[in-house]
Design a protein around this ligand. Structure first.
Ligand SMILES: [Zn+2]
Ligand SMILES: [Zn+2]
Length: 469
């Protein structure tokens, strides 16, 4: 396709349009966001913390495709859900296969687990992922069409301890990041057996309000009355407030399981409240469900949601096996951290900027930068051909800790002045031993910082992380 002759604004100017039409600009699709260079360190910080916590729980990362066969989500998310019915990015590929961009992370990991025979690996098998997800929703703060999740799935452990551990993992991520004021709400939605009685009671209850329910809920009444409890329409949610509560219908085993989850959480000193209105109206969700909720980021207050889904693997054609997990929305977490003024550690800046004057010096600077980078330092030289002043200005913008000027005189004498940009002090160094000498200066500074022992937790974990890597 020749874009030069195709006008996106349907004007008739053709190729000239590119030059003259100010509106000729391809914008980002609605509901998506760029992560700009000045912001990416916040993402990296959150992701690094999540990885660090996962490591503490002995959990390995997995990566599954961004797209899967549509059938996986129809079965693995549930074809009575809004996600599957209204929100999926589904298309036919060139081979006429129905493909869907993943609307959530669990189904793909469950598919991976079954397809690769991981049921015969040491169990429980816990894994985590950081992935983009796609849902066609009305965008608002904290709700995008492309969003990102940190998720954890655990296969092969059916005990209350497994639920509590998964919850404690999410809790640990929030604690590690320094996020405040999150409420952990938990509930049990029972097993298929006790839920049958609950569904009947729900159906009878909502039947008496049938005429007032929204059209979607009228059809939910037949297919899955539990989903009415999730309806966002004010009328439906008012009716739902008086509906029977699942906790009153739990069988003895489910009751004991739920009590034990609470016992573990108490033992771990993780505060929670029981909220009987949290439901996941899908057949394979069982027993524990939970959410971490904030009141500080508007209506989209759920930062993390998860639970137990003992029926999922079987639903997808695998052996029956207990499973639990959660998904944490990174955009919402970021919003919340910014709203709370949680500090993000500044990214490491440029160690040294090599200012060069003249072509010979520029070549020398390039060689020096290469050697410094080989030693793990961050170095930059001029690749634009700027003058001295402009290079210094750029070095300043980069936040370079040191600068050194290379000109004909320095090349001749093989001596250079290293300037500390923070305090302006200068140190004369031998150009031919520059890398070694500079390295020991950087190392001495790092040790001095250790000595003053004003390190905060983030510094220490950076140092420890560096050692462990
Ligand atoms: Zn039960
Ligand atoms: Zn409704």
């Amino acid at each position: 396709m020749n874009f030069r002759h195709k006008c996106l604004n349907s004007c008739t100017a053709g190729a000239i349009h590119l030059v003259f039409c100010e509106e000729f600009m391809i914008n980002i699709p609605k509901g998506t966001k760029d992560v700009l260079p000045a912001q990416s360190y916040k993402w990296q910080y959150i992701e690094d913390c999540a990885r660090q916590v996962a490591r503490q729980f002995n959990i390995k990362e997995v990566r599954t495709p961004v797209f899967e066969h549509t059938e996986l989500f129809a079965r693995g998310v549930g074809d009575t859900t809004d996600i599957v019915n209204k929100e999926m990015y589904t298309f036919l590929d060139k081979g006429n296969r129905s493909i869907t961009l993943k609307p959530e992370g669990t189904a793909g990991v469950a598919r991976m687990f079954i397809e690769n025979g991981l049921a015969s690996s040491p169990l429980p098998m816990k894994s985590f992922y950081i992935t983009p997800c796609y849902r066609y929703e009305r965008p608002q703060a904290g709700r995008l069409r492309e969003f990102h999740q940190f998720g954890v799935e655990s296969f092969g452990a059916g005990t209350p301890a497994a639920d509590a551990e998964i919850i404690s993992l999410a809790h640990a991520v929030f604690r590690y990041l320094g996020v405040q004021n999150l409420t952990l709400e938990i509930n049990s939605i029972g097993c298929p057996e006790c839920r049958k009685k609950f569904q009947e009671a729900l159906k009878a209850y909502f039947e008496s309000y049938r005429e007032q329910l929204c059209d979607t809920c009228k059809s939910r009444l037949e297919r899955n009355p539990m989903r009415i409890l999730d309806c966002k329409s004010p009328v439906c949610s008012e009716i739902a407030a008086g509906a029977p509560k699942i906790l009153d219908y739990l069988c003895d085993d489910c009751r004991a399981h739920f009590d034990a989850v609470q016992k573990y959480l108490q033992a771990m000193d993780i505060a929670f409240t029981v909220n009987p209105t949290i439901v996941r109206g899908l057949d394979y969700y069982t027993r524990t469900v939970f959410e971490f909720v904030s009141s500080e980021i508007g209506a989209q207050g759920t930062v993390c949601g998860g639970g137990r889904y003992d029926g999922l693997l079987e639903e997808l054609g695998g052996k029956p096996m207990p499973a639990c997990g959660f998904g944490m929305g990174i955009e919402r977490l970021l919003l919340l951290m910014e709203a709370q003024g949680v500090p993000f550690p500044e990214p490491k800046k440029c160690d040294v900027y090599l200012v060069s004057m003249g072509e010979a010096a520029q070549v020398e600077a390039a060689a020096l930068a290469e050697q410094l980078r080989e030693e793990g330092l961050s170095a930059q030289f001029d690749t634009v051909g700027r003058g001295l002043k402009a290079q210094m200005k750029y070095a300043d913008k980069l936040g370079a800790a040191y600068t050194v000027v290379l000109g004909d005189a320095e090349l001749e004498s093989r001596r250079v002045n290293l300037k500390n940009m923070r305090d302006g002090t200068q140190t004369e160094l031998d150009l031919d031993d520059f890398v070694g000498a500079f390295q020991s200066i950087v190392l001495r500074e790092a040790l001095a910082a250790l000595d003053t022992s004003d390190l905060d937790e983030a510094d220490i974990s950076t140092i420890l992380g560096g050692v462990q890597n």
